[in-house]
Ligand binder design. Structure first.
Ligand code: LMR
Length: 399
């Protein structure tokens, strides 16, 4: 029989946490697992700007005929401008395009398929640690994943020097997956100077940046967070950027994302585009419309855009506030617990520097759900659950 003889694969480690959380019946349970923003009441609400744009679509959309494999052209232009700026040199030179994809994950998938088309022997350098799907997608395409050191999660230490050391050993044409901002899973980002230095190294070694840009707006601001995407895509002759509207538009299930391709010149770009779009056609034919149509409407309407930017600012500020409150309470309740580094990390994620046993105690005895490697979603903390969480963690430090 064809459909027999497979051994079962385990759940993705992030989705496993969501499953455990859903199955738990404790009324005090806390979900610090999957990277989803929660407001002060612990809800993942639909943004007002999104609701308004959806109503606009209900009232005005005239057809649901097919899009093209490239997706919504207005969405593509507006998200590209938001990421790399309308005045990016590659735009005028006709060597950059953005294509709508089903979420940022769809962008990573199509981007890596394109890499494989260019050279099936390309190494794909992935930060250690990273979002587990980077490795899964790379492997599922038969590309070779390589790791570069990035962060020591047991010591709460960013390993910038080690990252450069490891990437110095990469070969010309290797692809390097970089987190555009809000590194998932560590919350440790490069400074502007470090991005510049990394761009120099990659240029010298002929490495190709593949920026995973899923959290624009969650570190320092929509414009500020674009620094890495802009530096990498303008300093280096070729680049890929997978971007997502899941988090900054809170449209997780609508799967709005994009892949942006920068080619070395306009002639190559025409050929590259044909391969990118044929990969789309052979995968899912074309992306789903709704989420991208909503985003296109918001970004193209000055009032709605302002409202959306305020909503992004509010989400970012709330997560920052939770980071500070967490550190403050931990300093009070367990002065030697050493979580100070969490206050200034960026975006949703940080690691708790705890042992495997301590992590299991929090999950099993206190029903605080987060990844077994210690990654917590700080956006799942609220003023209402903070005491419960910090008390539980502090109890681990009492002899
Ligand atoms: C996460 O890292 O938790 C998010 O990016 C959600 C996902 O798809 O894994």
């Amino acid at each position: 029989m064809l459909f027999s003889g497979l051994s079962e694969v385990g759940d993705d480690p992030i989705l496993r946490v969501s499953k455990m959380y859903r199955a738990c019946t404790d009324p005090n349970k806390v979900d610090l697992g999957v990277g989803v923003y929660k407001d002060a009441k612990g809800n993942t609400a639909i943004l007002n700007s999104v609701k308004k744009a959806e109503q606009h679509l209900v009232d005005n959309q005239e057809t649901k005929t097919y899009l093209s494999p490239a997706g919504n052209a207005v969405f593509n232009r507006l998200v590209q401008e938001m990421m790399i700026g309308a005045d990016h040199p590659a735009v005028g030179e006709g060597r950059v395009s953005t294509y709508q994809t089903p979420g940022g994950t769809g962008g990573v998938r199509i981007g890596l398929e394109f890499v494989k088309k260019c050279n099936p022997n390309t190494n794909v350098w992935i930060s250690d640690p990273t979002w587990p799907n980077h490795t899964a997608i790379t492997k599922s395409l038969g590309l070779t994943p390589k790791q570069y050191r990035y962060y020591n999660s047991k010591r709460g230490e960013f390993l910038y020097k080690e990252m450069l050391e490891d990437l110095s050993g990469a070969s010309a044409g290797d692809v390097v997956i970089l987190h555009g901002c809000c590194h998932n899973a560590s919350g440790a980002d490069l400074s502007h100077d470090q991005w510049n230095e990394l761009a120099d190294l990659m240029l010298e070694k002929g490495l190709v940046p593949f920026i995973d840009f899923a959290y624009q707006g969650f570190a320092d601001g929509i414009e500020e967070d674009a620094y890495a995407a802009r530096v990498m895509s303008s300093r280096l002759p070729e680049a890929l950027i997978a971007s997502s509207c899941s988090k900054n538009f809170a449209m997780y299930r609508d799967r709005a994302g994009a892949i942006t391709l920068v080619s070395p010149n306009a002639d190559e770009h025409v050929k590259n585009t044909s391969h990118m779009l044929s990969a789309v056609r052979a995968n899912y034919s074309m992306p789903p419309d709704h989420g991208a149509a909503v985003v296109a409407h918001i970004l193209g309407d000055a009032n709605l855009r302002r409202e959306w930017e305020d909503e992004v600012d509010a989400m970012r500020s709330r997560v920052k506030k939770m980071r500070h409150l967490f550190v403050e309470q931990m300093n009070e309740k367990a002065p030697n617990s050493g979580f100070g580094y969490i206050a200034d990390q960026k975006g949703m994620f940080s690691y708790l520097t705890l042992t495997a046993d301590q992590i299991q105690t929090l999950i099993n005895d206190h029903h605080i759900f987060f990844m077994a490697n210690g990654r917590v979603n700080m956006a799942g903390l609220t003023e209402a659950n903070m005491d419960y969480v910090t008390d539980a963690i502090a109890s681990l430090f009492k002899a």
